[in-house]
Design a protein around this ligand. Sequence first.
Ligand code: TXA
Ligand code: MG
Length: 326
Amino acid sequence: MKTIIGGINEVPLGGKIISEGGLVAFPTETVYGLGANAFDAEAVKSIFIAKGRPQDNPLIVHIADISEAKNVAKFVPDTFYTLAEKFCPGPLTMILPKCDSLPLTTTGGLQTVGIRCPNHEMARALIRAAGCPIAAPSANISGKTSPTEARHVYEDMNGKIPLILDGGKTAVGIESTVLDLTKELPIVLRPGAVTVEMLAAVLGKVVNHKGEVIIAEAPGMKYKHYAPTCPCIGADTPKKATEEYNLLTASDTPVIIGSSDFVAACAPCRTISLGTTPAECTSNLFSTLRDAEKVYTYIILEWFPDSPEYFAINNRIHKSTASKCL
Ligand code: TXA
Ligand code: MG
């Protein structure tokens, strides 16, 4: 088979090839895809053959508009639309239960489907020209890196497919973020340009690809709050605090602030005790910082142990020190 490389003018031809059961490689903003009609099991089978891809590895189904998700999914939850509003078209694939008419060949035998609306005009034009959603993995031979230029696709697919649409170098350069929305908590299966933090900011909670639950930061948490007006640095041992204190005395009037045991171990430096218990230290923190910044020019602040009773005070200490610790 002769493989031609075309541009925007060949999009209608690409649409025709796909609607007739053929394969077309096309650009997206992430990597190039190798597309077939998602509802045509025979056509989809030929993708697996061209790539040498295991049949149980599901394909992503590409749509030209978010409203088309309902044509491939059994149902579309509100979460999908909320995320789509923020990130689509874009490098995010969301997994939903598949509709009955979508072949299992497309989904690698799964009852779910990965859906993505790519942020590339040529990709969406091709989907519209084909008149169907396009199932497409990356357009490389299985096991090789994903193609980010038409010539990479040509290297792997020359002679196997009739048409490669050339849309230039892809902007993102790595594959989309894959997010499973079929579980109790959304799970990132593959990290990508839409980060877990970006998803958490919308969803509140999301599980990252390592299985850790990521919780959104409360609004404003990214700003430096509670900062004393003079420089402030953390120290997790009295020894480090004392050494820094001794260095600072050349140019500043420093003070060490911490729990009673911590500051006792810093003698003979100037110190202020916050108290003995975690609750006492917490309740005295802000007032002590306010008083200290009026008298001293540098504050060395104890970083408490990383245990639950100190989580709250440590959080404020991180803010005060902009997370700078000796
Ligand atoms: O950026 C991309 O996602 C590119 C462009 C062409 O859209 N496509 C891509 O496809 O990288 P592929 O087939 O190389 O990777 C798709 C990934 C695979 O890891 C696959 O297992 C996962 O998405 N995936 C697809 N559908 C799934 C499903 N229903 N359940 C779980 N994982 C799924
Ligand atoms: Mg791939």
